[in-house]
Design a protein around this ligand. Structure first.
Ligand code: FES
Ligand code: FE2
Length: 408
């Protein structure tokens, strides 16, 4: 893939949209049953056939910068332990001792080895069994069979993906389809973790819908973003992934690079930072938004399904090209607080209110406009995975026929 050509082509289309004030509309207004947000069987299918089949963006590399760094998380009921080994390779394990299943780590941190808090079995950072406490009295164990359960994992573009099926034949290239090569242009591998926080919301798709359209910006976020925000998004689809460009010439709230300024320059001089405009959506549940405060930063939001169909957790991970703690980072801190407030006090309370209404069962359908093509795109891809037979790999599902209502 010629990465620069793809980015330049996207920027060309974005400039044309800015000049005309129009977006490329989706072919039609579409509708889905309101039950997609409330049906427990559908929710179970999404966890099994989507979240346990496709590669998930679990972490930023800078959350685990050094050998021994660990990240502990629970994803759709699967307790995970992500570890950077002595060899620098990041691996994802089931956070479970192979003696009798105790959690090896309770929280993120750094470890030289993984020692179980129950009977002190220990494991190397590559997941192999290192030692059994009181081995003489315990007896013989096949060390090869007693290594940690491990999930296919890849680290690329300064981000970590894993598939929550130990038996999966991983095909990260097919799933990412070069989107990782575009994301690699940010250079996240040299960035820093600024801070992270968790926020509670309603059904994961209700919470994630708000990341996929700008229709609500000047309305729901009137008090925070101001009424002057555009409500139009131009969508750039890359397989199930996508990118949104806001139809505002200069975004004063987030102080993004003014993409309109590119129109005055020859294409060969368009700076990379400007070509990375917009919001990047990594299917199925991650959005990456750029901001410019004290240098370049992004907020990486992961929207994880919760314990029930009506609950989700949004994890906001703030990454910055500069290390935290320096003088100029006060602005970045203010931006981080601001974005936490926007999502925590405006978007997520709205999702909980919708959930309550939809749970009544009395609203039959929800609708997605021609200006919300990216939301249609997302739901079509979720359905495609949730309805595909269990024995198909993610790559098989990607190659299967699209749904009839599918977007380009
Ligand atoms: S459960 Fe881990 S050592 Fe016993
Ligand atoms: Fe929002």
């Amino acid at each position: 893939m010629d990465v620069r050509s793809v980015l330049v082509e996207d920027a060309r289309r974005m400039l044309a949209c800015l000049a005309s004030g129009r977006i490329t509309p989706a072919p039609a207004v579409t509708a889905k049953p309101a039950s997609i947000y409330t049906d427990t069987e559908q929710f179970e299918r999404e966890k099994e056939r989507l979240f346990r089949r496709v590669p998930l963006l679990l972490a930023a590399s800078c959350e685990l910068p050094a050998p021994g760094d660990c990240k502990v998380m629970d994803v759709v009921g699967v307790p995970l332990l992500i570890v950077r080994g002595q060899d620098g390779v990041v691996r994802t394990f089931l956070n479970a001792c192979t003696h009798r299943g105790a959690s090896l780590m309770r929280e993120c941190g750094r470890a030289a080895r993984l020692t179980c808090p129950y009977h002190a079995w220990s494991f190397r950072l590559d997941g192999s069994l290192l030692g059994i406490a009181a081995k003489d009295s315990f007896g013989e164990v096949d060390a090869d069979a007693a290594g940690l359960v491990s999930f296919p994992t890849t680290e690329r573009a300064g981000l970590v993906w894993a598939i929550l099926d130990p038996a999966a034949t991983p095909d990260f290239d097919a799933f990412l389809g070069g989107f990782d090569q575009l994301l690699a242009q940010f250079g996240f591998e040299t960035w820093h973790l600024f801070e992270s926080r968790s926020l509670q919301g309603a059904n994961w798709k209700l919470a994630f819908d708000a990341h996929l359209e700008f229709y609500h910006l000047p309305v729901l976020h009137r008090a925070t973003f101001g009424p002057g925000m555009s409500n139009l998004a131009e969508y750039f689809y890359h397989g199930p992934h996508q990118r949104l460009g806001l139809l505002t010439r200069a975004d004063h709230v987030l102080e993004q690079d003014d993409i309109a300024g590119l129109a005055d320059k020859p294409e060969s001089e368009w700076p990379l930072a400007s070509l990375l405009f917009g919001e990047w959506i990594v299917f199925p549940n991650v959005s990456i938004n750029c901001f410019y405060k004290g240098g370049r930063g992004v907020i990486l939001s992961q929207v994880w399904p919760g314990p029930t169909v009506g609950e989700s957790t949004t994890v906001q991970i703030f990454l910055h090209e500069n290390p935290p703690g320096e003088e100029r980072m006060a602005d970045a801190q203010a931006m981080s607080d601001f974005l936490g407030q926007v999502v925590g006090t405006e978007d997520l309370p709205m999702s909980r209110q919708q959930q309550e209404v939809l749970s009544s069962g009395l609203l039959r359908e929800v609708r997605f406009g021609r200006n919300e093509g990216g939301v249609q795109h997302f739901h079509d891809w979720v359905d495609r995975f949730a309805n595909a037979p269990e024995d198909l790999s993610a790559a098989d599902v990607l190659g299967s026929a699209p749904l009839s209502s599918g977007n380009p």
